[in-house]
Design a protein around this ligand. Structure first.
Ligand SMILES: [Zn+2]
Length: 507
């Protein structure tokens, strides 16, 4: 029987081109493993869908009468796969088309494909439940975007194989957090990693530490290393389940390395790890370490007045303000500016206890905004904040733009709202951005002894996975505070968008 790799090279045509394995030294072993159970944990855009389509076509041709069942979380994904990934391969590869389509050359129903040689592919969606797949029977079960398929449904889906002598499962997905069911099956597989030996004797693993400024590096000796020199090393060689591989964007031949570096700067760190590196994130884990936060503190004392701030940055001073809602929550003010070197410099933090009279708090805040002549105040625009913001705007008499910020799950345009501006932003993305800048030491705090109680609030933030929205959410333990984090987030985003210094090295 022909192997999948040579089948693809000989018969599969995509846009009239033969399948190429050039520059992909990691692919042949994965393709070879696809004759048994296979688990692929992948970053986005690493030819995972191509592999699924090739595998389906190969089996349909080689094993006439075979039954395959493909499940995706959503119906649109399922139809998209059928119409725009599978169909072009079948109709564009002459010998395959002749074998599977015969003379009528048509595939009517994209969800139920019956081929000329009696091979079958059924496609179903299983987002909330696997009900749609119940009662099907298959020889090969393919589960795509497995991380989003209802988590308890694997047993129901496996039942579809109960009458088959072959009983093969192919699971592919993009990692989320370590508690996701993709990780559970991956850890039962051989869990292979692509390791690149370095001249210093260490094996380089493809994670954040291997990302150098212009290419992959060994974190131990900082020498450049190359994907082509790597090999698959199993984490669990005795696996009874089958083979598993992690495929990352750092491995693919067409990706420009500067794009990776740009994504690392743009994406929130969790998304970068999942979608680019193909690695899961550890949740419940604190987002920042003490070392990361303390290494952002420098030796200068906290500025008490405008004259303590370098003169050339005066035009760019902004404030971030998180209103306390009474009770335990304090009101927190962060004053800072964006330097031409793409750093955010915090010059002042102030905290007003929740028990304080709100009018006194507004007076203090006004006084500090006046003292530092801030140009923009990014402030909490929900709840009590709305009323306080109008009062603050009144008191500042046009000295600063007041931007009332509301957290949401997507970013919107800034809109006028009476004398204020109103801005709805993606909570996870923008908080993640601050953490990312801290980790890269692009945030500078005053000396630790002056700001300890403020920066320690950053250590309280934990990442949590929200199963309903399928996304990460930053949160904190009930008893801990994170007001400083929100006020710094507001300050940094208004600085980047509304008070950016005109500097050539700013990007
Ligand atoms: Zn090395």
């Amino acid at each position: 029987m022909m192997a999948l790799v040579s089948f693809c090279e000989s018969f599969v045509r995509l846009d009239k081109q033969p399948n190429s394995f050039a520059g992909r030294p990691y692919l042949p072993q994965i393709y070879d493993s696809a004759k048994r159970n296979l688990v692929l944990r992948c970053g986005r855009q690493v030819e995972k869908t191509t592999l699924l389509a090739n595998l389906i076509v190969f089996n349909a041709v080689q094993y006439p009468g075979i039954k395959m069942l493909l499940c995706c979380p959503r119906r649109e994904q399922a139809e998209m796969f059928s119409r725009s990934r599978l169909r072009p391969i079948i109709s564009g590869s002459p010998l395959i088309a002749r074998c599977l389509l015969g003379s009528n050359r048509r595939l009517r129903d994209p969800m139920n494909l019956t081929f000329e040689n009696e091979s079958e592919l059924t496609i179903r969606s299983a987002f909330r439940s696997a009900e749609a797949a119940r009662g099907q029977s298959a020889d090969i079960l393919l589960l795509d975007e497995f991380q989003d398929i209802a988590s308890g449904d694997l047993p129901v889906l496996m039942e579809t194989l109960s009458h088959s002598p072959r009983k093969q499962v192919v699971i592919t997905g993009t990692p989320k957090h370590v508690d996701n069911h993709l990780e559970a099956v991956f850890s039962q597989s051989s869990a292979c990693e692509w390791l690149i030996p370095c001249d210093c004797g260490k094996d380089v693993r493809l994670d954040e530490q291997a990302i150098g400024p212009s290419g992959l590096i060994c974190p131990n000796c900082r020498n450049q290393v190359h994907v082509i020199n790597g090999r698959w090393v199993p984490g669990y060689p005795e696996s009874a389940l089958g083979s598993g591989y992690t495929v990352s964007q750092l491995m693919v031949p067409w990706l420009d390395f500067s794009e990776i570096v740009a994504k690392q700067a743009e994406y929130d760190p969790i998304r970068f790890k999942n979608e680019c590196l193909g690695l899961p994130t550890v949740l419940g884990d604190h987002v920042l370490t003490r070392e990361e936060i303390e290494s952002c503190c420098n030796r200068r004392p906290m500025s008490k007045k405008l004259a303590d701030v370098p003169r050339d940055s005066h035009p760019y001073l902004v404030a971030g303000l998180d209103w306390g809602s009474g009770g335990a929550a304090a009101t927190l003010l962060t004053v800072g500016y964006l330097s031409g070197r793409n750093k955010f410099i915090v010059v002042h933090f102030a905290r007003f206890q929740g028990s304080e009279d709100p009018n006194r708090v507004i007076d203090f805040v006004t006084k500090l905004c006046r003292e530092f002549r801030v140009r923009v105040v990014g402030t909490d625009g929900s709840g009590n904040g709305v009323l306080h913001n109008w009062t603050l705007a009144d008191k500042l008499q046009g000295q600063a733009k007041i931007v009332g910020i509301t957290y949401s799950d997507s970013n919107h345009k800034i809109q006028p709202q009476g004398p204020l501006l109103k801005w709805t932003i993606d909570r996870t993305e923008n908080m993640g951005f601050v953490f990312h800048w801290i980790r890269k030491r692009q945030v500078e705090f005053p000396r630790l002894e002056d700001v300890r109680s403020f920066v320690e609030e950053f250590l309280n933030v934990i990442a949590e996975y929200d199963d309903y929205s399928h996304s990460i959410r930053y949160t904190k333990p009930e008893t801990k505070r994170d007001d400083a984090v929100h006020s710094a987030t507001y300050a940094l985003i208004v600085a980047r968008n509304l008070a950016c210094p005109p500097s050539p090295d700013f990007s």
